[in-house]
Ligand binder design. Structure first.
Ligand SMILES: Cc1cc2nc3c(=O)[nH]c(=O)nc-3n(C[C@H](O)[C@H](O)[C@H](O)COP(=O)(O)O)c2cc1C
Length: 173
């Protein structure tokens, strides 16, 4: 049940050495392609990275929020053509979320690494750095990367009793 997946999904930043099977990577990528998008423009593209050296380089895109990526066997960069849609951020974020939930459904852990609006150095954005590492054409912006792998840490699922029910409103605020 999707609700159980939502409760058990936690940000996982430690991973086992074990590789993610190609079949699972394929399911995750196909799921991303099924993401809804405004006016069905589908402005996103996805780069699945399993090359250890590239993952190591990507882990340096930000300090310190991306360092843990070096221990992940798989990273998926979520990029989008920002000139093709005024809501590319929403579209890319939805796809990234679907990637995380599909990974969870496949017994994999994952964590979002924010790239848009983040910096590699004072002079270079995290997106520009990743563009260089992965050879991404100019027209695409990097929204985020999702680190994925078999969990190397345990985190408790969320309990329904701890949800912020005060944030729910019915009919009027
Ligand atoms: C938009 C967004 C950006 C995030 N950026 C990062 C990040 O750069 N690095 C990181 O380690 N976690 C990042 N996270 C993960 C959050 O820290 C995490 O989802 C939050 O603490 C709640 O924990 P949970 O995912 O276990 O429920 C991000 C999550 C979202 C939704």
């Amino acid at each position: 049940m999707l609700f159980d997946i939502l409760k058990s999904r936690r940000s996982i930043r430690k991973f086992q050495k074990r590789e993610v099977e190609k079949e699972k990577i394929d399911v995750i990528l196909k799921s991303a392609l099924l993401s809804p998008s405004s006016r069905s423009i589908r402005p996103w593209q996805f780069i699945a990275v399993t090359d250890r050296e590239l993952i190591q380089q990507l882990s340096l895109c930000r300090e310190p929020g991306s360092r843990f990526l070096s221990g992940a066997p798989l990273a998926i960069a979520v990029i989008a053509d920002k000139d093709s849609s005024d809501v590319w951020i929403e579209d890319a974020s939805i796809a990234a979320t679907i990637i995380q939930l599909t990974a969870q459904d496949l017994d994999l852990g994952s964590c979002w690494i924010q790239v848009r609006e983040r910096f590699h150095t004072e002079q270079k954005t995290a997106g520009e750095y990743i563009r260089e590492v992965l050879g991404i054409p100019e027209q695409y912006s990097v929204e985020c990367m999702i680190a994925i792998g078999y969990q190397g840490e345990e985190k408790k699922p969320y309990e329904e009793s701890t949800l912020q029910y005060e944030k729910l409103h019915f009919d009027k605020f």
